[in-house]
Write a protein that binds this ligand. Sequence first.
Ligand SMILES: Nc1ncnc2c1ncn2[C@@H]1O[C@H](COP(=O)(O)OP(=O)(O)OP(=O)(O)O)[C@@H](O)[C@H]1O
Length: 251
Amino acid sequence: MPMPFSTEDLSIYYGEFQAIKNISMGFPAASVTALIGPSGCGKSTFLRSLNRMNDEIAGSRSTGHIWMDGIDLTAPHTDVIKLRQRIGMVWQRPNPFYKSIYENIAFGPRYYGIKNRKQLDEIVETSLRRAALWDEVKDRLKDSALALSGGQQQRLCIARALSVNPQILLLDEPASALDPVSTGKIEELITELKKDLRIVIVTHNMQQAARVSDYTAYFYLGTLVEHGETDQIFTNPEKNSTQEYIMGRFG
Ligand SMILES: Nc1ncnc2c1ncn2[C@@H]1O[C@H](COP(=O)(O)OP(=O)(O)OP(=O)(O)O)[C@@H](O)[C@H]1O
């Protein structure tokens, strides 16, 4: 049975400012949830909090719970390094390490204790295949990752996240810096990956949210206004403000 993953009454503060207000929502298995809403409404803050990345920001703190498999990830004794192995993240701008393509992927598994070269080779190949990049790079694994195009670098970052076998992938506007062809590849990849993973994606692109997500959550000023199946949110939202945002952003 797939593990449940949800937030309960989650609030996030930067100093006195409350950026996320008491959000409770679940993320079903084998599905993509899109977080949408105007700039500054808290989408990235919420996303980053799901694997405790937001803790790295000085002055930030949270209340409430993040449940994974019956365990509260906000508990102080949580091993955040292990947690980030289970919940991977890909950022808006591709950020490969200044290393070879191979070393970018092998880095995580090595960090988590895999030393055997053959095993690492297999992980590198599998991860690059899963990220639909293998055919483009298999003959140049020793080249610098920075020699890849922006779209390839982003797929490399997805492969890097996949290399440690996460159960959840957090994507913060992963295609917003890319051209339409590269964006299409990332969207295809998301659709493929969700068969094995839970994916949460922040996007400003309504067409993209409609294309790739199964569930959509509309955020406004730190609150979760509406959350439901993407088809319903896009065709028949319950709240006027959801409709206005989506209509205003479409086309
Ligand atoms: N490091 C920080 N320190 C203080 N305030 C922050 C910090 N990061 C974000 N905020 C504030 O928290 C609120 C939510 O910001 P966040 O970046 O999460 O929104 P967003 O919906 O992802 O925006 P965008 O769509 O523009 O990326 C904003 O008011 C922002 O100014």
